[in-house]
Design a protein. Structure first.
Length: 240
């Protein structure tokens, strides 16, 4: 693919993501509807390389229903990554999820997940492309209910990164990041389509190991859409 065609494809992808995001904003409802609120999504990611083949993934996420208030979700996600020589890597991990309802009379959950994951990289010209495939086994326990539900879920993410101030993403580079992630339920009592996430961010590569994102995310369900202002910090030290 020529550089011009690659740039056009990247631009088309971003325009499609932005168009889908704009169309997904739901009409105004009552003030107590959570989909009317602009929430926040705080994230920390770390991939700590401990050998040529292995790294340890650490992740913490904290969501709020409203801007900087009213907690929604806490996520803790450790994993072990196995790296192949040509770039792809596999992951085996665990996720703890605690969720709180928007209002006091709602029902929160505690969830325990195990997951298996494959990440592929396919750079095109100046565009970094990533494909992430994740399969989850999920145990979901609702607050004040003794029963635990089990389900499985498949997730696919297409992520692109495009440098804005340099030819490649390196220290002191401002770049554009965008992804689209589809969630499909593959077991349990839920319907097949779970959600779709569309994300657009402006990011800055601080050093070789540190990066910061500021972006906007739309979490699209069949009956409503949540909007989140997102801040993410990445720290990927090489401990070999």
């Amino acid at each position: 693919m020529s550089p011009a065609r690659a740039a056009s494809a990247a631009a088309a992808y971003l325009c499609s993501a932005l168009l889908l995001s704009a169309l997904s904003v739901t009409p105004l409802r009552a003030q107590d509807d959570p989909s009317d609120q602009l929430g926040t999504w705080l994230q920390y990611f770390g991939d700590n390389r401990i050998s040529d083949r292995f790294s340890i993934h650490t992740e913490v996420e904290y969501w709020t229903w409203e801007a900087a208030s009213n907690p929604h979700v806490l996520i803790l996600r450790p994993a072990v990554n196995f790296h192949l020589r040509d770039g792809p890597f596999f992951s085996l991990g665990y996720t703890y999820v605690k969720s709180w309802p928007f209002e006091e009379e709602g029902i929160g959950t505690k969830q325990n997940h195990f997951f298996q994951q494959l990440i592929l990289r396919s750079p095109v010209w100046r565009v970094r492309l990533f494909h992430r495939y994740r399969f989850e086994e999920r145990w979901i326990r609702f607050d004040e209910v003794e029963e635990t539900d089990f389900s499985t879920r498949l997730r696919y993410m297409l992520l692109l990164q495009f440098p804005l101030t340099r030819k490649a993403i390196e220290p002191n580079t401002l770049f554009l990041a965008s992804y689209n992630e589809l969630f499909i339920n593959t077991g349990g009592r839920e319907r097949a389509f779970d959600q779709n996430r569309v994300y657009v961010a402006l990011a800055y590569q601080i050093t070789r190991t540190m990066c910061f994102h500021t972006g906007f995310l739309w979490q699209i369900f069949q009956d409503r859409t949540f909007r989140r202002l997102q801040f993410a910090f990445f720290f990927n030290p090489d401990l070999r």
